[in-house]
Each structure stands twice: as structure tokens, then as C-alpha cells.
Design a protein around this ligand. Structure first.
Ligand SMILES: C[S@@+](CC[C@H](N)C(=O)[O-])C[C@H]1O[C@@H](n2cnc3c(N)ncnc32)[C@H](O)[C@@H]1O
Length: 216
């Protein structure tokens, strides 16, 4: 087994941290996780917990890939059911094994579907929290994430270091029933988008169109 990440976290037991580190090392080896030590990915994901509503019960990780932030958050905060969504069958298979390895099967499920299709299923409007890291351009993330949220829900987006608040224009978000919410910039930058009214039925548009013809 690989060495646990050096991250000194009070939110995990040593055993959990060792298992999570091993899972994410596996993701890295397969090219499902970006550069840098696994511990940095865990550290980057954890502050999202401060933005998740206290009473959140149903969360979806959009484009979960190697499991960041979804697996990290699911392990760190019991009491929330998670859906890890990814359009790649290979990555979804990896995620399914990871969920079993981390003993999270009772409250974490994996859905191997494109967001544009999954948002037309029973998953639509079923979540109070959606997270997204490196999913796509702002308009794509918003159009693919918004339909999963119930009214009052939050989309929490991990922002690139150089990202500016202007990436999230209120007029563009309005089409999806969203408004910009809190933005935190330390230790990393995260933008919250609030779903103030349910997303209109016409969104998301069909597979590939959100990226091909971005709303804003
Ligand atoms: C760059 S990776 C980021 C993975 C992970 N969130 C992270 O930050 O390490 C983007 C992931 O989103 C998935 N993805 C991209 N577009 C998608 C879509 N429209 N529906 C579902 N999954 C999608 C890809 O398969 C990929 O696993």
C-alpha cells in the first residue's frame, strides 16, 4: 500500500486517510487525477465542506473523474448521500471500486452518464448540493450542474487560481435560475452559485451543445 499523504487532517482517522490516499494514488496512476501530490488534492477539496449547507443530505459531484472532490467529501462528512457522476465508463468503474474500497457503498453511488443525459432522469432537481472541479468552462458547468439542483440548492465550483468573479455573470446565470453566491479565495478559490428558482426545462441542451454554444 502507498504511504498516507502527509496531510495532517483531524477529519479522517489514520486508517481512512491511508485508504483514501491509496485510492487517489490509483487514480493518479491511471491518469484520472491532475499533477501534484495526492495530499494536495485532499487539502484542496476539504475547504468545500465549509460551503456545504449544514442540512445538506443529497449531493452530486459533477465529472468526478478520479474522485476529487466527491470521495474526499463523502468520507469527511457522514450524513450526506453522494452521487458521483462521470460520463466516462472507465472512470466510473474506477470510482465504483473506490467506493467499495472506502466502505462507502451505503451512501455513495456512481452514475456513468453524461450530465446532459443524467439531468433528464430521476436525478433532475434531486440534490441540495452539486460540486464541480475542472468540469468545464463556467457556462458549461452551470448549465450541466443547475438542472440537478432543487430550489435553494448550491453549486460549488472550484475555481482556477487566475479565475475572476466576472467568469460568473449574473445575466448569464439568470437563464438557469441561478445567482452568484459566496466566493471564498483562501486557502483556494471557490464560487458558490445559488439555485433561486428551479432550472428551466429546456436546460441542459443536448449532449455537447453546452460546450459548443455556451450560454455566456
Ligand atoms: C478534468 S476531469 C476532472 C476530474 C475531477 N473532478 C478532478 O478535479 O480531478 C473532468 C471529468 O469530467 C468528466 N466529464 C466531462 N464532461 C462531462 C459531461 N458532460 N458529463 C459527465 N462527465 C463529464 C470527464 O469524463 C472527466 O472525468
Amino acid at each position: 500500500m502507498s504511504q498516507p499523504a502527509s496531510y495532517n487532517s483531524p477529519v479522517f482517522s489514520l486508517e481512512q486517510l491511508a485508504s483514501l490516499t491509496a485510492v487517489l494514488e490509483g487514480a493518479k496512476q491511471r491518469g484520472f487525477l491532475g499533477p501534484g501530490p495526492v495530499g494536495n488534492h485532499i487539502e484542496h477539496a476539504l475547504p468545500i465542506l465549509t460551503l456545504v449547507a449544514e442540512d445538506s443530505r443529497e449531493a452530486l459531484d459533477l465529472g468526478s473523474g478520479g474522485g476529487v472532490p466527491g470521495l474526499v467529501l463523502a468520507l469527511a462528512r457522514p450524513g450526506i448521500h453522494w452521487t458521483l457522476l462521470d460520463g466516462s465508463v472507465t472512470r466510473s468503474r474506477f470510482l465504483q471500486n473506490a467506493v467499495q474500497d472506502l466502505d462507502l457503498s451505503r451512501r455513495v453511488k456512481v452514475t456513468a452518464l453524461r450530465a446532459e443525459e443524467a439531468a433528464r432522469s430521476a436525478l433532475r432537481g434531486s440534490f441540495d448540493t452539486v460540486t464541480a472541479r475542472s468540469f468545464g468552462a463556467p457556462a458549461v458547468t452551470a448549465e450541466c450542474g443547475s438542472p440537478f439542483l432543487a430550489k435553494g440548492g448550491r453549486l460549488i465550483v472550484a475555481e482556477p487560481p487566475e479565475g475572476a468573479p466576472s467568469r460568473w455573470p449574473p445575466k448569464g446565470l439568470e437563464q438557469l435560475g441561478m445567482v452568484p453566491g459566496v466566493r471564498v479565495t483562501s486557502p483556494s478559490t471557490f464560487q458558490v452559485l445559488e439555485q433561486v428558482v428551479p432550472c428551466a426545462d429546456r436546460y441542459p441542451r443536448r449532449t455537447g451543445i453546452p460546450a459548443k454554444r455556451p450560454l455566456f
